[in-house]
Design a protein around this ligand. Structure first.
Ligand SMILES: Nc1ncnc2c1ncn2[C@@H]1O[C@H](COP(=O)(O)OP(=O)(O)OP(=O)(O)O)[C@@H](O)[C@H]1O
Ligand SMILES: [Mg+2]
Length: 145
């Protein structure tokens, strides 16, 4: 397992750090769960990863209501899922995560994936985001299997 602990002190810092975290997530295909409280910085990290793969980062907004967002980079595809509002395993099946995982060129990043044991069983890594001492400080514990 690869384990790295990284810190940022601003949103811009997180967007920049996303390039490093993205490289730690390679190679694809891979599904990674992004963990942390509301407002921890999961979606911000996804924005930075979208930038790292060469997708238009403006397109990345919180998919809390639209559960799945898809971004095309220059080489890779990024699927961004937010399962916060999802409750049932049947709803999860309907999202077609299996198909996303089978896409050989895709990185699948899942917010609130820890709600579902079936997701945790198949994820091949996680990033745990926690607050630091300063208001804009964030710690990223990156664990890749
Ligand atoms: N270093 C930092 N990195 C990322 N976000 C930061 C940082 N410092 C402050 N913030 C703020 O924290 C919030 C992070 O929001 P974001 O949507 O990324 O969180 P989230 O973990 O996806 O939350 P949710 O579970 O609600 O989807 C934003 O309001 C952002 O401005
Ligand atoms: Mg979010």
């Amino acid at each position: 397992m690869i384990e790295k602990r990284l810190k940022t002190r601003s949103v811009a810092g997180t967007l920049a750090l996303a390039q490093n975290i993205y490289e730690l997530m390679l190679p694809v295909p891979r599904m990674v769960v992004l963990r942390g409280d509301l407002g921890a910085g999961k979606t911000t990290l996804v924005k930075g990863v979208a930038r790292a793969i060469g997708a238009k980062e403006d397109d990345v907004t919180s998919p809390t209501f639209n559960l799945v967002h898809e971004y095309q980079g220059t080489k890779l595809k990024l699927y961004h899922l937010d399962l916060y509002r999802l409750e049932k395993d049947e709803e999860l099946l309907a999202l077609g995560i299996e198909e996303m995982e089978l896409d050989p060129d895709a990185l699948v990043l899942v917010e609130w994936g820890e709600k579902f044991p079936s997701i945790m069983a198949r994820a091949r890594g996680q990033v745990i985001i926690t607050a630091g001492d300063e208001p804009e400080e964030r710690w990223f514990l990156v664990q890749m299997l």
